[in-house]
Design a binder for this molecule. Structure first.
Ligand SMILES: [Zn+2]
Ligand SMILES: [Zn+2]
Length: 302
């Protein structure tokens, strides 16, 4: 199964230095999710060969323009290209009014079902199926803003097939063995699961921390994730500005990653004041070794 992050936009507030506003495509358990949809997202999707019809779920962290102004264009194109499958947008409730006014004044009746799933609680499960559980959680920004946590469901245990055969386990009991159950034969003899299976590889996880003030309460939520994307708008010498605008510095993003013991960190949402991003990378690296700059078109595997 593939787990990868493709950055489509890594700029904060405005496009700058060839960098576009926030958007990223997450492939998780082989499904494709769009997270934030800043201006130019659909152009970036074309550039990096992301097929819009593969996206059934769009997550919008908050209603600052750099995170959603590309949505109307993308939805219009989906409509014009004859999409029929349902699309779900996870968002603040005001987004529905914003979009529907635009559909109304342009006389657009979408050809596909568009469903909204509004955020209703500080932390909640937005979507869960056999493979994945996706949660949202509160960030600390000037307007209500959410982070997203993608977790693969626990993987099935691996069978020790020789032992399984020796114990005479019938084939139709294999799924229950993989789920961790002990085997009891017709004589009532119990073979513990641990004698028949071994642990699977750990499940994968990804956390997206959009615009936020440095917030240590995030640490337990994102603890140990395989990949963390965290905004890092400013260098730490701009801490006052970061606090004033409810953003995080590169040093703080590194500290969060370090304290949460994540495996890899990607920093993004860079201020237009920085043309050269290397100092931002070095600053984050001073607190956490495995850090990468968000670069458009780059795929980060995890
Ligand atoms: Zn932003
Ligand atoms: Zn914002």
């Amino acid at each position: 199964m593939s787990f990868e992050l493709l950055i489509l936009g890594c700029s904060s507030a405005t496009p700058a230095h060839q960098r576009n506003p926030a958007a990223q495509v997450l492939t998780f358990c082989d499904k494709t999710y769009l997270i934030d949809c800043g201006e130019a997202t659909q152009m970036q999707m074309q550039r990096y060969k992301v097929k819009a019809h593969r996206i059934d779920h769009i997550f919008i962290s908050h209603l600052h323009g750099d995170h959603y102004l590309g949505l109307m264009g993308l939805l219009s194109s989906m409509h014009l290209q004859g999409r029929e499958r349902e699309l779900v947008i996870y968002c603040q409730k005001e987004l529905k009014e914003i979009l529907e006014l635009q559909f109304q004044v342009s006389g657009t009746v979408l050809r596909f079902p568009l469903r909204y799933r509004f955020f209703t609680a500080p932390t909640e499960v937005l979507l869960e199926d056999e493979q994945v559980c996706i949660k949202s959680f509160d960030l600390n920004h000037r307007v209500p803003c959410k982070g997203f946590l993608f977790k693969e469901q626990p993987r099935p245990r691996n069978l020790l097939i020789e032992k399984v055969r020796e114990a005479g386990v019938p084939f139709d009991f294999y799924p229950e063995l993989k789920a961790g159950k002990d085997f009891i034969n017709s004589q009532g003899e119990v073979t513990p699961n641990a004698a028949l299976t071994i642990d699977p590889l750990p499940s994968k996880s990804y956390a997206y921390c959009s615009d936020t003030l440095y917030t240590e309460s995030l640490i337990p939520i994102i603890q140990g994730v395989d990949l963390l994307y965290h905004e890092a708008t400013f260098l730490h010498d701009m801490l006052d500005r970061a606090i004033e605008t409810y953003h995080t510095t590169c040093l703080q993003a590194g500290q969060i990653a370090s304290n949460a013991k994540v495996k890899k960190l990607v920093i993004g949402h860079f201020s237009a004041r920085y043309k050269d991003l290397n100092p931002l990378l070095q600053e984050a690296k001073s607190a956490f070794e495995h850090v990468y700059l968000a670069e458009e078109g780059i795929v980060y595997n995890f």
